[in-house]
Design a protein around this ligand. Structure first.
Ligand SMILES: [Zn+2]
Length: 481
Protein backbone atom coordinates (compact mmCIF):
# COMPACT_ATOMS: atom_id res chain seq x y z
CA UNK A 1 0.00 0.00 0.00
CA UNK A 2 1.61 3.25 -1.08
CA UNK A 3 1.66 6.13 1.33
CA UNK A 4 -0.72 8.45 -0.50
CA UNK A 5 -3.77 6.17 -0.51
CA UNK A 6 -5.80 4.58 2.23
CA UNK A 7 -7.94 1.49 1.61
CA UNK A 8 -11.48 1.27 2.97
CA UNK A 9 -13.02 -2.19 3.30
CA UNK A 10 -16.45 -3.37 4.35
CA UNK A 11 -17.62 -6.99 4.33
CA UNK A 12 -21.00 -8.58 3.71
CA UNK A 13 -21.09 -12.10 5.07
CA UNK A 14 -23.79 -14.70 4.47
CA UNK A 15 -24.04 -17.50 7.02
CA UNK A 16 -26.36 -20.47 6.58
CA UNK A 17 -28.20 -21.16 9.82
CA UNK A 18 -27.94 -24.64 11.29
CA UNK A 19 -31.67 -25.34 11.51
CA UNK A 20 -33.14 -28.74 10.59
CA UNK A 21 -35.77 -27.21 8.33
CA UNK A 22 -35.95 -24.31 5.89
CA UNK A 23 -36.91 -20.74 6.76
CA UNK A 24 -40.54 -20.78 5.55
CA UNK A 25 -41.40 -24.50 5.14
CA UNK A 26 -40.56 -27.86 6.68
CA UNK A 27 -38.20 -29.14 3.95
CA UNK A 28 -34.84 -30.38 5.27
CA UNK A 29 -31.82 -28.05 5.06
CA UNK A 30 -29.39 -30.96 4.87
CA UNK A 31 -26.44 -30.35 2.55
CA UNK A 32 -26.23 -32.53 -0.57
CA UNK A 33 -28.95 -35.05 -1.44
CA UNK A 34 -30.25 -35.82 -4.91
CA UNK A 35 -31.16 -32.68 -6.87
CA UNK A 36 -34.61 -31.22 -6.31
CA UNK A 37 -35.60 -33.70 -3.60
CA UNK A 38 -35.59 -31.28 -0.64
CA UNK A 39 -38.34 -29.12 -2.09
CA UNK A 40 -42.05 -28.34 -1.69
CA UNK A 41 -44.51 -25.85 -3.18
CA UNK A 42 -43.53 -23.20 -0.58
CA UNK A 43 -39.79 -23.12 -1.21
CA UNK A 44 -40.36 -23.56 -4.96
CA UNK A 45 -42.60 -20.48 -4.82
CA UNK A 46 -45.57 -22.10 -6.55
CA UNK A 47 -48.71 -19.92 -6.76
CA UNK A 48 -51.08 -19.85 -3.81
CA UNK A 49 -48.70 -21.00 -1.10
CA UNK A 50 -48.03 -19.16 2.14
CA UNK A 51 -44.64 -18.96 3.85
CA UNK A 52 -44.53 -19.30 7.64
CA UNK A 53 -41.44 -18.16 9.56
CA UNK A 54 -39.46 -20.92 11.30
CA UNK A 55 -39.12 -19.76 14.92
CA UNK A 56 -35.69 -21.36 15.21
CA UNK A 57 -34.45 -19.04 12.45
CA UNK A 58 -35.58 -16.02 14.43
CA UNK A 59 -33.97 -17.40 17.58
CA UNK A 60 -30.65 -18.00 15.80
CA UNK A 61 -30.67 -14.56 14.20
CA UNK A 62 -31.25 -12.97 17.62
CA UNK A 63 -28.58 -15.19 19.16
CA UNK A 64 -26.01 -14.17 16.53
CA UNK A 65 -27.00 -10.51 16.91
CA UNK A 66 -26.56 -10.61 20.69
CA UNK A 67 -23.14 -12.29 20.36
CA UNK A 68 -22.20 -9.47 17.96
CA UNK A 69 -23.28 -6.82 20.47
CA UNK A 70 -26.24 -5.69 18.35
CA UNK A 71 -29.47 -3.99 19.32
CA UNK A 72 -32.37 -6.39 18.77
CA UNK A 73 -35.41 -4.86 17.10
CA UNK A 74 -38.67 -5.57 18.90
CA UNK A 75 -40.46 -4.91 15.59
CA UNK A 76 -39.08 -6.09 12.30
CA UNK A 77 -40.49 -7.24 8.96
CA UNK A 78 -39.76 -9.15 5.79
CA UNK A 79 -39.47 -7.58 2.34
CA UNK A 80 -39.38 -8.86 -1.20
CA UNK A 81 -36.14 -8.21 -3.04
CA UNK A 82 -37.08 -8.44 -6.70
CA UNK A 83 -34.74 -9.71 -9.35
CA UNK A 84 -34.85 -12.30 -12.06
CA UNK A 85 -32.48 -15.23 -11.95
CA UNK A 86 -33.00 -18.90 -12.86
CA UNK A 87 -32.16 -20.15 -9.35
CA UNK A 88 -34.80 -17.88 -7.82
CA UNK A 89 -38.16 -19.39 -8.81
CA UNK A 90 -40.37 -16.61 -7.37
CA UNK A 91 -38.28 -13.90 -9.08
CA UNK A 92 -37.96 -12.32 -5.66
CA UNK A 93 -36.04 -13.26 -2.55
CA UNK A 94 -37.59 -12.84 0.87
CA UNK A 95 -35.18 -10.69 2.84
CA UNK A 96 -35.24 -7.75 5.25
CA UNK A 97 -34.76 -4.20 4.02
CA UNK A 98 -35.32 -1.14 6.21
CA UNK A 99 -36.19 -2.91 9.45
CA UNK A 100 -33.61 -5.66 10.04
CA UNK A 101 -33.78 -7.86 13.12
CA UNK A 102 -30.40 -6.65 14.50
CA UNK A 103 -28.34 -3.50 14.07
CA UNK A 104 -25.51 -1.37 15.51
CA UNK A 105 -23.20 -4.12 16.73
CA UNK A 106 -19.46 -4.58 16.78
CA UNK A 107 -16.68 -7.08 17.24
CA UNK A 108 -13.04 -6.75 18.20
CA UNK A 109 -10.07 -7.82 16.11
CA UNK A 110 -6.34 -7.83 16.73
CA UNK A 111 -3.74 -7.38 14.01
CA UNK A 112 0.00 -7.17 14.77
CA UNK A 113 -0.76 -6.76 18.47
CA UNK A 114 -3.14 -3.83 17.89
CA UNK A 115 -6.76 -4.17 18.95
CA UNK A 116 -9.48 -2.55 16.88
CA UNK A 117 -13.26 -2.43 17.03
CA UNK A 118 -15.12 -3.07 13.77
CA UNK A 119 -18.70 -1.89 13.58
CA UNK A 120 -21.53 -4.12 12.41
CA UNK A 121 -24.23 -2.17 10.61
CA UNK A 122 -26.90 -4.85 10.60
CA UNK A 123 -27.76 -8.52 10.71
CA UNK A 124 -30.84 -9.58 8.78
CA UNK A 125 -32.65 -12.81 7.94
CA UNK A 126 -33.24 -14.02 4.40
CA UNK A 127 -33.78 -17.14 2.32
CA UNK A 128 -31.04 -18.67 0.19
CA UNK A 129 -31.49 -19.15 -3.55
CA UNK A 130 -31.03 -22.39 -5.48
CA UNK A 131 -27.97 -23.47 -7.35
CA UNK A 132 -27.10 -23.62 -11.04
CA UNK A 133 -25.16 -26.63 -12.22
CA UNK A 134 -23.36 -25.75 -15.44
CA UNK A 135 -22.93 -28.26 -18.26
CA UNK A 136 -19.41 -27.01 -19.05
CA UNK A 137 -16.32 -25.92 -17.21
CA UNK A 138 -17.50 -22.33 -16.73
CA UNK A 139 -20.78 -20.47 -17.00
CA UNK A 140 -19.49 -18.74 -20.16
CA UNK A 141 -18.63 -21.92 -22.07
CA UNK A 142 -21.53 -24.12 -20.91
CA UNK A 143 -24.02 -25.25 -23.55
CA UNK A 144 -26.71 -25.65 -20.91
CA UNK A 145 -27.27 -25.24 -17.16
CA UNK A 146 -29.43 -27.22 -14.74
CA UNK A 147 -31.10 -25.88 -11.62
CA UNK A 148 -31.05 -27.56 -8.22
CA UNK A 149 -33.59 -26.03 -5.83
CA UNK A 150 -32.55 -28.02 -2.74
CA UNK A 151 -30.86 -24.92 -1.30
CA UNK A 152 -33.83 -22.65 -2.01
CA UNK A 153 -35.26 -21.43 1.27
CA UNK A 154 -32.33 -22.48 3.43
CA UNK A 155 -32.16 -19.79 6.14
CA UNK A 156 -29.37 -17.23 6.01
CA UNK A 157 -28.30 -14.30 8.06
CA UNK A 158 -26.47 -11.53 6.27
CA UNK A 159 -24.00 -9.66 8.45
CA UNK A 160 -23.01 -6.27 7.07
CA UNK A 161 -19.98 -4.54 8.56
CA UNK A 162 -19.22 -0.83 8.68
CA UNK A 163 -16.44 0.21 6.25
CA UNK A 164 -14.00 0.12 9.17
CA UNK A 165 -11.23 -2.11 7.87
CA UNK A 166 -8.02 -0.62 6.51
CA UNK A 167 -6.05 -3.61 5.23
CA UNK A 168 -6.48 -7.12 3.88
CA UNK A 169 -5.14 -8.45 7.21
CA UNK A 170 -7.85 -6.58 9.13
CA UNK A 171 -10.51 -7.98 6.80
CA UNK A 172 -9.20 -11.47 7.33
CA UNK A 173 -9.04 -11.02 11.12
CA UNK A 174 -12.66 -9.76 11.10
CA UNK A 175 -13.79 -12.77 9.07
CA UNK A 176 -11.93 -15.17 11.36
CA UNK A 177 -13.45 -13.61 14.47
CA UNK A 178 -16.91 -13.59 12.94
CA UNK A 179 -16.57 -17.24 11.99
CA UNK A 180 -15.48 -18.12 15.54
CA UNK A 181 -18.39 -16.24 17.11
CA UNK A 182 -20.94 -17.91 14.83
CA UNK A 183 -19.38 -21.28 15.60
CA UNK A 184 -19.36 -20.67 19.39
CA UNK A 185 -23.01 -19.62 19.40
CA UNK A 186 -23.89 -22.73 17.40
CA UNK A 187 -26.07 -20.88 14.88
CA UNK A 188 -24.10 -21.98 11.81
CA UNK A 189 -21.68 -24.76 10.97
CA UNK A 190 -19.56 -22.06 9.22
CA UNK A 191 -18.11 -24.42 6.60
CA UNK A 192 -16.68 -22.11 4.00
CA UNK A 193 -15.84 -24.97 1.62
CA UNK A 194 -19.50 -26.07 1.62
CA UNK A 195 -20.70 -22.51 1.14
CA UNK A 196 -22.37 -22.18 4.52
CA UNK A 197 -20.22 -19.09 5.13
CA UNK A 198 -19.68 -16.76 2.17
CA UNK A 199 -18.22 -13.31 1.94
CA UNK A 200 -18.47 -10.31 -0.41
CA UNK A 201 -15.91 -7.52 0.02
CA UNK A 202 -16.42 -3.83 -0.79
CA UNK A 203 -13.13 -2.08 -1.47
CA UNK A 204 -12.24 1.52 -2.27
CA UNK A 205 -9.20 3.75 -2.05
CA UNK A 206 -9.06 7.40 -1.03
CA UNK A 207 -6.21 9.90 -0.67
CA UNK A 208 -4.67 9.73 2.81
CA UNK A 209 -6.52 12.07 5.14
CA UNK A 210 -9.58 12.43 2.87
CA UNK A 211 -12.99 12.21 4.50
CA UNK A 212 -15.00 11.08 1.50
CA UNK A 213 -14.95 7.52 0.27
CA UNK A 214 -13.58 6.69 -3.16
CA UNK A 215 -15.57 4.69 -5.72
CA UNK A 216 -15.86 1.09 -4.55
CA UNK A 217 -15.86 -2.27 -6.24
CA UNK A 218 -17.47 -5.35 -4.80
CA UNK A 219 -15.79 -8.75 -4.98
CA UNK A 220 -18.37 -11.53 -4.80
CA UNK A 221 -18.30 -14.96 -3.19
CA UNK A 222 -14.96 -15.21 -1.47
CA UNK A 223 -15.06 -18.69 0.00
CA UNK A 224 -11.83 -19.03 1.96
CA UNK A 225 -9.70 -16.81 4.21
CA UNK A 226 -6.90 -17.08 1.69
CA UNK A 227 -9.13 -16.00 -1.20
CA UNK A 228 -10.44 -13.09 0.88
CA UNK A 229 -6.97 -11.80 1.69
CA UNK A 230 -5.47 -12.39 -1.78
CA UNK A 231 -8.42 -10.87 -3.61
CA UNK A 232 -8.34 -7.72 -1.47
CA UNK A 233 -4.57 -7.37 -1.85
CA UNK A 234 -4.93 -7.71 -5.62
CA UNK A 235 -7.82 -5.26 -5.78
CA UNK A 236 -5.93 -2.63 -3.76
CA UNK A 237 -3.01 -2.84 -6.20
CA UNK A 238 -5.30 -2.73 -9.22
CA UNK A 239 -7.18 0.34 -7.99
CA UNK A 240 -3.98 2.10 -6.95
CA UNK A 241 -2.41 1.55 -10.37
CA UNK A 242 -5.48 3.08 -12.04
CA UNK A 243 -5.54 6.07 -9.68
CA UNK A 244 -1.82 6.71 -9.97
CA UNK A 245 -2.13 6.78 -13.74
CA UNK A 246 -4.88 9.38 -13.38
CA UNK A 247 -7.70 6.98 -14.25
CA UNK A 248 -11.10 6.50 -12.63
CA UNK A 249 -12.42 3.50 -10.72
CA UNK A 250 -15.65 2.15 -12.17
CA UNK A 251 -18.23 1.03 -9.63
CA UNK A 252 -18.71 -2.63 -10.48
CA UNK A 253 -19.05 -6.17 -9.23
CA UNK A 254 -16.00 -8.37 -9.68
CA UNK A 255 -15.13 -11.96 -8.98
CA UNK A 256 -11.91 -13.57 -7.80
CA UNK A 257 -10.21 -15.97 -10.20
CA UNK A 258 -8.28 -18.21 -7.83
CA UNK A 259 -6.28 -19.92 -10.60
CA UNK A 260 -5.05 -16.70 -12.21
CA UNK A 261 -4.84 -14.73 -8.96
CA UNK A 262 -6.79 -11.77 -10.37
CA UNK A 263 -10.19 -10.14 -9.94
CA UNK A 264 -12.34 -9.92 -13.07
CA UNK A 265 -15.31 -7.73 -13.89
CA UNK A 266 -18.76 -9.37 -13.66
CA UNK A 267 -21.05 -6.39 -14.19
CA UNK A 268 -20.88 -2.63 -13.95
CA UNK A 269 -23.18 -0.40 -11.95
CA UNK A 270 -25.25 0.50 -15.02
CA UNK A 271 -26.32 -3.13 -15.33
CA UNK A 272 -26.78 -3.52 -11.58
CA UNK A 273 -30.19 -4.53 -10.34
CA UNK A 274 -32.80 -2.18 -9.02
CA UNK A 275 -34.34 -4.47 -6.45
CA UNK A 276 -37.64 -2.61 -5.98
CA UNK A 277 -37.96 -3.74 -2.38
CA UNK A 278 -41.43 -3.81 -0.86
CA UNK A 279 -42.89 -5.44 2.27
CA UNK A 280 -43.82 -9.08 1.83
CA UNK A 281 -47.62 -9.16 2.19
CA UNK A 282 -47.64 -12.89 2.99
CA UNK A 283 -45.62 -12.62 6.18
CA UNK A 284 -46.72 -10.91 9.37
CA UNK A 285 -44.28 -8.47 11.00
CA UNK A 286 -41.94 -9.99 13.55
CA UNK A 287 -42.73 -8.73 17.04
CA UNK A 288 -40.61 -10.11 19.84
CA UNK A 289 -40.90 -10.12 23.58
CA UNK A 290 -37.86 -8.60 25.38
CA UNK A 291 -38.18 -11.40 27.93
CA UNK A 292 -37.48 -13.97 25.20
CA UNK A 293 -34.46 -11.95 24.01
CA UNK A 294 -33.18 -11.95 27.59
CA UNK A 295 -33.56 -15.73 27.77
CA UNK A 296 -31.49 -16.09 24.61
CA UNK A 297 -28.89 -13.68 26.00
CA UNK A 298 -28.67 -15.73 29.20
CA UNK A 299 -28.11 -18.91 27.19
CA UNK A 300 -25.11 -17.56 25.25
CA UNK A 301 -21.91 -19.54 25.86
CA UNK A 302 -18.58 -18.01 26.81
CA UNK A 303 -17.47 -16.26 23.59
CA UNK A 304 -13.95 -16.32 22.06
CA UNK A 305 -12.68 -13.02 23.53
CA UNK A 306 -13.80 -13.85 27.07
CA UNK A 307 -12.42 -17.36 26.80
CA UNK A 308 -9.09 -16.12 25.52
CA UNK A 309 -8.88 -13.66 28.41
CA UNK A 310 -9.59 -16.48 30.88
CA UNK A 311 -6.94 -18.76 29.38
CA UNK A 312 -4.35 -16.00 29.74
CA UNK A 313 -5.41 -14.72 33.17
CA UNK A 314 -6.33 -17.92 34.95
CA UNK A 315 -4.36 -20.59 33.16
CA UNK A 316 -1.15 -18.72 32.41
CA UNK A 317 -1.20 -19.30 28.64
CA UNK A 318 0.52 -16.84 26.31
CA UNK A 319 -1.70 -14.43 24.37
CA UNK A 320 -0.62 -16.15 21.18
CA UNK A 321 -1.45 -19.71 22.31
CA UNK A 322 -4.74 -18.58 23.84
CA UNK A 323 -5.63 -16.81 20.59
CA UNK A 324 -5.07 -19.91 18.46
CA UNK A 325 -6.82 -22.27 20.88
CA UNK A 326 -9.92 -20.07 21.22
CA UNK A 327 -9.94 -19.27 17.48
CA UNK A 328 -12.20 -22.25 16.92
CA UNK A 329 -14.78 -23.59 19.32
CA UNK A 330 -13.89 -27.18 18.50
CA UNK A 331 -10.27 -26.62 19.50
CA UNK A 332 -11.22 -24.63 22.61
CA UNK A 333 -13.62 -27.38 23.71
CA UNK A 334 -10.93 -29.99 23.10
CA UNK A 335 -8.51 -28.01 25.27
CA UNK A 336 -11.09 -27.60 28.06
CA UNK A 337 -11.85 -31.32 28.05
CA UNK A 338 -8.19 -32.34 28.28
CA UNK A 339 -7.60 -29.86 31.12
CA UNK A 340 -10.66 -31.23 32.96
CA UNK A 341 -8.86 -34.61 33.13
CA UNK A 342 -5.30 -33.39 33.44
CA UNK A 343 -5.06 -30.04 35.11
CA UNK A 344 -1.79 -28.73 33.66
CA UNK A 345 -3.05 -26.12 31.17
CA UNK A 346 0.38 -25.08 29.90
CA UNK A 347 1.46 -28.65 29.15
CA UNK A 348 -1.88 -29.32 27.47
CA UNK A 349 -1.57 -26.10 25.43
CA UNK A 350 1.95 -27.06 24.32
CA UNK A 351 0.72 -30.42 23.08
CA UNK A 352 -2.25 -28.93 21.28
CA UNK A 353 -0.18 -26.15 19.70
CA UNK A 354 2.58 -28.62 18.84
CA UNK A 355 1.85 -32.24 17.99
CA UNK A 356 -1.93 -32.06 17.70
CA UNK A 357 -2.16 -29.10 15.31
CA UNK A 358 0.88 -30.32 13.38
CA UNK A 359 -0.75 -33.69 12.66
CA UNK A 360 -4.18 -32.16 11.95
CA UNK A 361 -2.66 -29.77 9.42
CA UNK A 362 -0.44 -32.41 7.85
CA UNK A 363 -3.47 -34.65 7.33
CA UNK A 364 -5.82 -31.81 6.42
CA UNK A 365 -8.26 -32.74 9.18
CA UNK A 366 -10.66 -30.78 11.35
CA UNK A 367 -10.60 -31.17 15.14
CA UNK A 368 -13.91 -33.03 14.97
CA UNK A 369 -12.36 -35.60 12.63
CA UNK A 370 -9.51 -36.40 15.01
CA UNK A 371 -9.35 -39.98 16.26
CA UNK A 372 -7.60 -38.77 19.41
CA UNK A 373 -10.18 -37.97 22.07
CA UNK A 374 -9.45 -35.43 24.83
CA UNK A 375 -9.54 -38.15 27.51
CA UNK A 376 -6.89 -40.16 25.64
CA UNK A 377 -4.53 -37.20 25.35
CA UNK A 378 -5.00 -36.57 29.08
CA UNK A 379 -4.12 -40.23 29.76
CA UNK A 380 -0.96 -39.91 27.66
CA UNK A 381 0.14 -36.77 29.49
CA UNK A 382 -0.48 -38.49 32.83
CA UNK A 383 1.66 -41.44 31.75
CA UNK A 384 4.43 -39.04 30.83
CA UNK A 385 4.13 -37.10 34.09
CA UNK A 386 4.25 -40.32 36.11
CA UNK A 387 7.43 -41.38 34.31
CA UNK A 388 5.84 -44.43 32.68
CA UNK A 389 7.07 -43.15 29.32
CA UNK A 390 9.59 -40.50 28.30
CA UNK A 391 8.73 -37.31 26.46
CA UNK A 392 10.19 -38.77 23.30
CA UNK A 393 8.11 -41.94 23.62
CA UNK A 394 5.03 -39.85 24.28
CA UNK A 395 5.40 -38.26 20.86
CA UNK A 396 5.69 -41.65 19.18
CA UNK A 397 2.66 -42.93 21.08
CA UNK A 398 0.70 -39.81 20.16
CA UNK A 399 1.44 -40.31 16.47
CA UNK A 400 0.01 -43.82 16.67
CA UNK A 401 -3.00 -42.59 18.67
CA UNK A 402 -3.60 -40.03 15.95
CA UNK A 403 -3.41 -42.65 13.23
CA UNK A 404 -5.35 -45.48 14.86
CA UNK A 405 -7.43 -43.93 17.64
CA UNK A 406 -6.04 -46.51 20.09
CA UNK A 407 -5.71 -45.66 23.77
CA UNK A 408 -2.19 -44.73 24.93
CA UNK A 409 -2.09 -47.61 27.46
CA UNK A 410 -2.75 -50.10 24.66
CA UNK A 411 0.00 -48.70 22.45
CA UNK A 412 2.49 -48.53 25.32
CA UNK A 413 1.78 -52.18 26.14
CA UNK A 414 1.80 -53.39 22.54
CA UNK A 415 5.12 -51.75 21.80
CA UNK A 416 6.66 -52.66 25.12
CA UNK A 417 7.45 -49.00 25.46
CA UNK A 418 7.27 -48.66 29.20
CA UNK A 419 10.12 -46.53 30.46
CA UNK A 420 12.46 -48.45 32.74
CA UNK A 421 12.48 -46.61 36.05
CA UNK A 422 13.40 -49.63 38.14
CA UNK A 423 16.78 -48.95 39.76
CA UNK A 424 17.63 -52.64 40.11
CA UNK A 425 17.04 -53.37 36.44
CA UNK A 426 19.00 -50.33 35.31
CA UNK A 427 21.93 -50.86 37.71
CA UNK A 428 22.91 -54.05 35.87
CA UNK A 429 22.96 -52.27 32.51
CA UNK A 430 24.93 -49.40 34.01
CA UNK A 431 27.54 -51.86 35.34
CA UNK A 432 27.83 -53.47 31.95
CA UNK A 433 28.32 -50.14 30.16
CA UNK A 434 30.95 -48.99 32.67
CA UNK A 435 32.88 -52.23 32.19
CA UNK A 436 32.74 -51.96 28.41
CA UNK A 437 33.93 -48.32 28.20
CA UNK A 438 37.00 -47.85 30.41
CA UNK A 439 38.28 -44.90 28.38
CA UNK A 440 35.10 -42.84 28.94
CA UNK A 441 35.12 -43.74 32.61
CA UNK A 442 38.69 -42.49 32.89
CA UNK A 443 37.86 -39.30 30.99
CA UNK A 444 34.97 -38.61 33.32
CA UNK A 445 37.09 -39.21 36.41
CA UNK A 446 39.70 -36.87 34.92
CA UNK A 447 37.06 -34.12 34.93
CA UNK A 448 35.61 -34.40 31.41
CA UNK A 449 31.92 -33.92 32.27
CA UNK A 450 30.94 -34.61 28.67
CA UNK A 451 31.98 -38.24 28.94
CA UNK A 452 28.94 -38.98 31.07
CA UNK A 453 26.69 -38.08 28.15
CA UNK A 454 28.31 -40.79 26.07
CA UNK A 455 27.79 -43.34 28.83
CA UNK A 456 24.14 -42.35 29.25
CA UNK A 457 23.78 -42.77 25.50
CA UNK A 458 25.19 -46.29 25.71
CA UNK A 459 22.70 -47.24 28.42
CA UNK A 460 19.85 -45.82 26.34
CA UNK A 461 21.08 -47.89 23.40
CA UNK A 462 21.25 -51.07 25.51
CA UNK A 463 17.67 -50.51 26.72
CA UNK A 464 16.35 -49.52 23.27
CA UNK A 465 15.64 -46.01 24.53
CA UNK A 466 13.42 -47.21 27.37
CA UNK A 467 15.62 -46.25 30.32
CA UNK A 468 14.63 -43.21 32.32
CA UNK A 469 17.48 -40.83 31.36
CA UNK A 470 17.37 -38.91 34.64
CA UNK A 471 17.73 -42.08 36.62
CA UNK A 472 20.56 -43.39 34.39
CA UNK A 473 22.42 -40.15 34.94
CA UNK A 474 22.05 -40.45 38.68
CA UNK A 475 23.10 -44.11 38.76
CA UNK A 476 26.20 -43.44 36.64
CA UNK A 477 27.29 -40.52 38.79
CA UNK A 478 26.76 -42.57 41.96
CA UNK A 479 28.86 -45.41 40.59
CA UNK A 480 31.67 -43.23 39.25
CA UNK A 481 31.61 -41.20 42.47
ZN1 LIG B 1 -40.01 -26.46 1.09
Amino acid sequence: MSAQYEVVIGLEVHAELKTDTKIFCSCPTEFGGEENTHVCPVCLGLPGVLPVLNKKVLEYAVRAGLALNCEIASFSKFDRKNYFYPDLPKAYQISQYDLPICKKGYLEIEVNGRKKTIGITRVHMEEDAGKLVHGGATIATSRYSLVDYNRTGVPLIEIVSEPDMRSAEEARAYMEKLKAILEYTGVSDVRMEQGSLRCDANISLRPMGAKEFGTKTEIKNLNSFRALQKAIEYEIERQRDILEEGGKIIQETRSWDEGKGVTVSLRSKEEAHDYRYFPDPDLVPVVIDPQWVQEIRDSLPELPDAKRERLVQEMGLSEYDAGIITGSRALADFFDQVVAEYNEPKTVANWIMGEFLRLLNANNLEVAESKVKPRSLAALLKAQAEGTISGKMAKTVFEEMFETGKEPETIIKEKGMVQISDEGALAAVVEKVIAANPQSVEDYKAGKEKAIGFLVGQVMKETKGQANPGLVNKLLKDKLG
